[in-house]
Ligand binder design. Structure first.
Ligand code: MOS
Length: 761
């Protein structure tokens, strides 16, 4: 490639740029940037310690917040004495329900277009208590230590009612209104009749516990009022969503809240708006000082909801050839009356396998706990544990290789909706993964290495393709051939902005180094969430639209003697830092020349992403096949994962570096789901008793083996840039693969997670 200055600015597409047109099902012109390995653009700032996180911002005159939280789950505050706290050293303010301003709830996600909160409960508005850990007081002091000390001096007494637990309230299970706005029940044929008639069948109950969010960075905000405007340095999965949600709760105009969140130390569904946002803002207003509210690890367990526990029934029947005659996936999960997040564990059964009859249905049980919420692959993470475990159990009964059994039941179209799949190359993923892993079927308890029993297992992975409304982007192109793409996108460390630099450079016909992504700021265009594995394609769709608007503006600038004069947006594309006619290499003009001849320094275009038509017409999902080897000590019952291969079909992979990291990170969480993670609740008080990383176990490096990931990299013709999500699918299937491997090692089938050593002794 020649330097820009050496190239002719008008005429033929410069040598060295040999874009292919028409060869790709999705891209207009292929520059070959998509799929090239790029390290994270935000990596150097993080390694150097220059990346400023929410709790690291220092505002002039700032005070520090500490929380006092309830120790009962249900009832009323009968005495609240803050006098000792108020006179403690350094204390600036003590805020309780008696002094807090009137505020509205932190509206839950999906209850309004930009809502991104966790619960419909009022925040500190009266003396009632709804969960164990609900904040009852905020203390502001000159130092964090002074605030913590003063919070400990507050005297609280309660009239406590007995909390409702999952087991006790099970009799009152109710059917929710919707499952993420899809019907709760799917019924094709008569599944129970088919079960009674099935020559081979399994019918079991699987249980998964509650899980709490444990991102490396605990939740935090640093807030300050500038007149009536609120600045929020946040740790957020949706800056625009947080701006709206905080403004709504405080009863002020959305544009008065400015949320910035350029660096986030992990999210996984928990970095949404919870009570700390509005408590910090309200206390700051009362005190007239900026406030930093950095939640302790324990505070995160009290103020941020996690994944609800589930009890799932899966029944599968098959004929003599192993073809499924029915699938039943039903069950219940915990919820609160104040949120809308039903753990949708029955989704995978709707689209994974061809079957005669299909019945999926869910119920919820109202429990006195903090509102449960999204956690990485809500539904699929725990739903695939039950569904894929049942398939493994059926394969054993049928004496068929579990890989072969799954391939025999690959559906031609979506089994629930009948819609065609946009792209489904799961069989290719299974075969590639089996080859990489060296999969062979072995009898249970047939391999041993000293005290260790060795087993292997496999399971399918899946997560839907999603794209949310509200996508928009702004592209500013300057005469020096640099583009700035502005989007209110969120990078929690997974590489969003690096992927978007690649997507934008590909689209603009620029080197990646000539593209800057502005993100993590609620004042930028669009409403995006780093959630539902939907952000990358959502932003890409906005970039595509903004690029098209930019091309239209550039074409409007070209003079009559330009080789592009008279061409329409559909007839040209970006190539070699300029515009070229798609069908004619002799017609090209550089951006620099177009702008120079028009007397412009820059041109800016803003556009909304195209409508989400692909979601209506197609069944769109990412798929995968997970293989693992596990060893179980015959002495202690301890299970260790030796090796994992994840083979995925997620459409086109934009950046292999960050995609591999996403998939591996998901698998690590899958290992935690299978073997370690469990929120333990004291049934008498509904208090989480392991609200710390000492007692709540997550995988550490010593628990994580070599993880090999591969992918089909087949573009999805219906998805923007051909990509589906990679953010959440990694966690799915892993627990079933590990449970299968544990069974293969020991002969024990464990249907309750996590699989701890007491189940294997
Ligand atoms: Mo994900 S649970 O949608 O952040």
């Amino acid at each position: 490639m020649t330097a820009a200055a050496d190239r002719p600015a008008v005429g033929v597409v410069p040598d060295g740029w040999t874009p292919r047109t028409g060869s790709d099902p999705v891209l207009e012109i292929e520059h070959g940037l998509i799929g090239t390995a790029r390290p994270r653009l935000d990596g150097p700032a993080k390694v150097r310690g220059e990346a400023r996180y929410a709790a690291e911002h220092v505002l002039k005159g700032m005070v520090h917040a500490a929380l006092r939280c309830s120790t009962i789950a249900r009832g009323r505050i009968t005495r609240l004495d803050t006098s000792a706290a108020e006179t403690a050293p350094g204390v600036v303010l003590v805020m309780t329900h008696r002094t807090a301003p009137r505020m509205r709830p932190v509206r839950p996600m999906f209850t309004a277009p930009r809502a991104f909160g966790g619960t419909d409960l009022p925040v500190m508005q009266d003396d009632s208590i709804h969960w164990n850990g609900e904040p009852v007081a905020v203390v502001l002091a000159e130092t964090r230590e002074q605030a913590d000390h003063a919070a400990s001096l507050i005297e609280v007494e309660y009239a406590a009612a007995a909390p409702r637990t999952f087991a006790e309230a099970a009799a009152d299970a109710r059917r929710p209104d919707h499952l993420f706005f899809q019907p709760v029940e799917v019924a094709v044929g008569d599944a129970e009749a088919a079960l009674a008639a099935a020559p081979h069948a399994v019918d079991h109950v699987y249980r998964t516990p509650g899980h709490n969010h444990n991102a490396i960075e605990p939740h935090a905000v640093t807030v300050g009022w500038v007149g009536d405007d609120l600045v929020v340095h946040d740790a957020s999965q949706s800056v625009a969503g947080h701006a709206w949600t905080i403004a709504h709760a405080l009863g002020i105009d959305e544009h008065r809240v400015h949320v910035t969140s350029p660096h986030v130390g992990g999210g996984f569904g928990g970095k949404t708006a919870w009570s700390h946002h509005v408590l910090a803002a309200a206390a700051s207003k009362l005190a007239g000082r900026p406030v930093r509210m950095a939640l302790s690890r324990g505070d995160v367990y009290r103020l941020v909801g996690g994944r609800a526990n589930t009890e799932q029934r899966v029944a599968i029947g098959a004929d003599e050839d192993g073809r499924f005659t029915l699938i039943v996936h039903t069950g219940t999960s915990a919820i609160t009356p104040w949120n809308h997040v039903v753990e949708p564990f029955t989704f995978p059964a709707r689209h994974m396998y061809a079957t005669g009859a299909l019945h999926t249905d869910q119920h919820v049980v109202d429990v006195d706990m903090i509102a449960n919420s999204f956690m990485r692959a809500p539904g699929e993470a725990v739903g695939t544990f039950a569904l894929e475990s049942a398939i493994d159990e059926l394969a054993e009964q049928l004496d068929i290789d579990p890989v072969e059994l799954r391939l025999r039941n690959e559906p031609a179209a979506d089994p629930a909706s009948g819609a065609p799949f946009s792209a489904r190359h799961l069989e290719q993923a299974w075969r590639a993964g089996a080859e990489r892993f060296g999969w062979t079927r072995t009898a249970p308890r047939s391999r041993r290495d000293g005290e260790w029993l060795i087993g292997t297992g496999c399971a399918a992975a899946t997560y839907p393709h999603q794209r949310f409304p509200g996508g928009a982007a702004r592209i500013t192109l300057t005469a020096d051939g640099h583009a700035t793409v502005a989007v209110a996108a969120n990078d929690m460390g997974m590489g969003t902005t690096t992927a978007q630099a690649i997507v934008s450079a590909e689209r603009l016909g620029l080197p990646v180094e000539r593209v800057t992504i502005d993100y993590g700021d609620s004042s930028l265009p669009g409403v995006f969430q780093a959630g539902a594995s939907a952000q990358t394609v959502g932003v890409a769709a906005a970039v595509i639209a903004a690029h098209r608007a930019l091309v239209a503006q550039l074409l409007a600038l070209v003079p009559p003697d330009s080789p592009l004069a008279g061409r329409t947006v559909d007839e040209v594309g970006s190539v070699a830092a300029g515009l070229g006619a798609l069908a004619d290499r002799d017609r090209w003009e550089s951006y620099a020349q177009i702008l120079r001849r028009a007397g412009r320094h820059e041109v800016t275009a803003v556009a909304d992403a195209a409508d989400r038509d692909e979601l209506q017409a197609w069944s769109m999902h990412s798929f995968g096949a997970v293989f693992c080897q596990v060893r179980v000590s015959s002495v202690t019952g301890e299970a260790r994962v030796d090796r994992v291969v994840g083979s995925y079909d997620c459409g086109r992979i934009i950046n292999p570096v960050t995609a591999a990291s996403q998939l591996r990170g998901g698998i690590v969480m899958g290992i935690g789901l299978a073997l370690m993670e469990r929120t333990v609740v004291d049934e008498r008080t509904a208090r989480i008793v392991n609200a710390n990383l000492t007692d709540y176990h997550v995988p550490v490096h010593a628990d994580v083996p070599e993880i090999d990931v591969l992918w089909t990299d087949v573009p999805d013709p219906r998805a923007p840039v051909g990509a589906r999500g990679v953010g959440e699918i990694g966690i799915t299937g892993v627990a079933a693969a590990i449970a299968g491997a544990v069974h293969n090692a020991t002969g024990r089938r464990v249907r309750d997670l996590p699989i701890t050593l007491d189940a294997l002794l």
